[in-house]
Write a protein that binds this ligand. Structure first.
Ligand code: G
Ligand code: MN
Length: 275
């Protein structure tokens, strides 16, 4: 566009028109959720789905979450889109349930902007009441940095969600044990180890040892450990040997649009039609 003179200096989200077009996209319901399955490492079965926000921008094509989320946080749209994502993911789960499938719980990424809002728990519980199917149907993923910096201040909210059967997962975790002490005060169920750490485990024995220690500490606290961004068979084999519980990544499945998830779930329940 004419007013973007230096593409190197002007990232997509900083373009003057980006925010207003994003606002229009939200109003026109152009944002969609993709779902990336989480797999149990021992059995290979699907044990969860992570909802990931996408925007099919007619001008720039698919806008990735790492560009989209900061733009939403920078505008005042994050609260609205964040609670839409929770409601929409739960409605989708309900729709799969009604069509005879047995959907696992759905994880939704929650921004610190949402977590800080005084109505976050009540809005989430409202969605669970209107479109939830049993428990545990919802998982909330919070970035490790947010938990480290302000987790203690949100303890009451996390407990209130935990009491409603919502699982809390810590996203983008490292493998240093420093934060375990803090986590022991919070109702956390799962640690998701960030992709760069998983990418190194097969080449770097020290990284594999650090992950082994993390898994042991997590299990001692009754937490599950999920490896993110698993891309090779060798990584999966090592993760099994290290007693990691779950995995996510392109090796098993990319994030999928809802109709493809339904096909995948149908294949998981071969006796489905005869019931
Ligand atoms: O921060 P969070 O873990 O929620 O980010 C998930 C992002 O990682 C998604 O955008 C998803 O498309 C991407 N992703 C998921 N699995 C893989 C993978 O195996 N490899 C790579 N490179 N990216 C992945
Ligand atoms: Mn996540």
């Amino acid at each position: 566009m004419g007013d973007i003179r230096d593409a190197g200096l002007c990232r997509l989200a900083e373009a003057p028109s980006f925010e207003s077009r994003l606002r229009e996209a939200v109003e026109a319901e152009q944002l969609v959720l993709y779902y990336q399955p989480k797999f149990d490492l021992a059995s290979g079965s699907i044990c969860g789905l992570e909802a990931l926000l996408r925007w099919e921008d007619p001008l720039h094509g698919l806008v990735a979450p790492d560009e989209l989320i900061p733009a939403l946080e920078h505008s005042d749209l994050m609260l609205e889109v964040g609670s839409w994502a929770i409601r929409h993911a739960l409605s989708q789960r309900l729709a799969w349930h009604i069509s005879g499938l047995r959907p696992p719980s759905i994880a939704v990424n929650v921004s610190p902007v949402q977590l800080r809002h005084p109505d976050f728990v009540s809005t989430t519980c409202e969605s669970l009441e209107t479109v939830g199917v049993g428990t545990p149907g919802l998982e909330v993923e919070l970035a490790e940095s947010v938990i480290r910096e302000e987790g203690n201040g949100h303890c009451g909210k996390l407990r209130a969600l935990g009491d409603r059967g919502v699982r809390i997962a810590i996203d983008d975790c490292g493998t240093d044990a420093a934060h375990f002490e803090q986590l022991s005060h919070l109702p956390v169920c799962e640690l998701k180890i960030d992709r760069p750490h998983i990418a190194r485990i097969t080449a770097d024995p020290a990284q594999a040892a650090a992950l082994r220690a993390t898994v042991e500490l997590a299990h001692a606290r009754k937490l599950t450990v999920l490896a993110e961004g698993v891309e090779t068979v060798a990584q999966r084999q090592l993760l099994r040997a290290l007693k990691c519980d779950r995995m996510q990544g392109y090796l098993a499945s990319r994030p999928l649009p809802a109709p493809e998830v339904a096909l995948l779930l149908r294949r998981q329940v071969p006796n489905q039609v005869s019931h």
